[in-house]
Each structure stands twice: as C-alpha cells, then as structure tokens.
Design a protein around this ligand. Structure first.
Ligand SMILES: [Zn+2]
Length: 205
C-alpha cells in the first residue's frame, strides 16, 4: 500500500486538521497527524477549548494605539503604567522582542513595535512599518532617548540606520544595543543576561 492510498483512507475533516496543524511553524507532517489523532481520542471538551482559545485570540487581541504592541483594548499595560519611564522608547521589530526585553528586568521605559524590518527583497518597505507613528511620538511625547533594538542582522541594521536618519533632525538621543548579541540572530532567542548587558551597554549613534 502506498502512502497516497493511505491518505485516501483519511476522511476529509481529519485530513483538513492535519493540513492546518502542518502549516504551523515547527510542526512536520508526523506531528500534525499525532496532534490530530490525539484530539480525536481526547474528550470533546478539549477540542472545543482549543478552538475557542484560537477564536478568542483572533477576536480580542488588538494593537496598542500608542506603541503597537499586542494587547487587549486601546492601550497596553506598559503604556498605561504610571511607573514606566516616559522619556525612553525602545524600538523593536516584533511583539516577541518586547517579551524578551521585559524578561531581562533591565528596562523600565516604553516600547515601539515596528512590525517588521526593512527588506525590499521580501517586499517590506519603510511605509509598511510603524515608523511615521514613532516619529510622531518623539515629536509629541517627552522623549529624550530612543533605543534602537532591532535585530543584530542585516535587515535589523539597515532598519536602525534608516531610523537614525529619520530621528537625527528631531534632536533626540539615539542609542543602539551594544555588540555582544549573537550576530545574525533574533532578539527573541537571546538569553536574558546577554540581552540585559547589551541594553545596559548601549551606545550613542
Ligand atoms: Zn503600548
């Protein structure tokens, strides 16, 4: 029996869930099948809870209207907190980078999430990122330092360079995380100690 005829034995709703699991990062065909058959055997309540959690995530999660981090409601908890330093904005590529920096415990300022990096070959240009929104914040809020915490790779460096050009005329101090982070990597994979040191050792551009 070939694997093709095996596939024909799998009824459509099961095949469909295997296919959907298989689209997730890090999930190969074997794991996708294992997850699907696990849910098939498990109590119906477990499948319902999973489906409802996915739906609630899509319906309730929004972007903070100030820093564009993911949140529920208008303003995220960091922006809403009276104890955060309102004079510092740390610019990151993705919401996961905010979590990575929060884990270091070394930063008490605000954030700004760009939602990507400059990568013309991938079709991501300046206008696709929350750059104008950042410049508006620097003009309108009591900011004295912008920390460029884009990833230590080619795209992240190119994005930081572009931001520096945009920020320079605004008279704000612009800093970059110190070298020492694994080059080519993403902030989200850096260990908290290394990332905390890179933050504390940031240098003016
Ligand atoms: Zn926010």
């Amino acid at each position: 029996m070939t694997s093709r005829s095996d596939n024909n034995l799998i009824v459509e709703p099961v095949a469909r869930l295997i296919e959907e699991f298989g689209k997730l990062p890090g999930i190969g065909p074997k794991t996708a099948s294992r997850l699907t058959f696990f849910l098939l055997r498990a109590e119906e309540e477990q499948s319902r809870a999973l489906a409802e959690a996915i739906q609630a995530m899509r319906e309730q999660v929004t972007l903070c209207t100030r820093c564009f981090n993911i949140t529920v409601g208008e303003i995220c908890p960091v922006c809403a907190s009276p104890t955060r330093d309102q004079t510092k904005i740390c610019v990151v590529e993705e919401p996961l980078d905010v979590l990575a920096i929060e884990r270091t415990g070394a930063y008490r300022g605000l954030y700004h999430v760009l939602h990507g990096h400059i990568a013309p070959l991938e079709g991501t240009y300046r206008e696709d990122l929350k750059i104008d929104e950042l410049l508006a914040r620097v003009r309108g809020e009591p900011v004295d330092e912008v920390i460029l915490a884009t990833n230590p790779n080619t795209e992240g460096e190119a994005t930081a360079f572009l931001l520096l050009k945009d920020l320079a005329p605004l008279g704000v101090r612009v800093t970059r995380l110190s070298r020492g982070l694994p080059t080519g990597g993403d902030l989200e994979w850096a260990d908290p100690d290394t990332l905390g040191s890179a933050l504390e050792g940031r240098r003016e551009l």
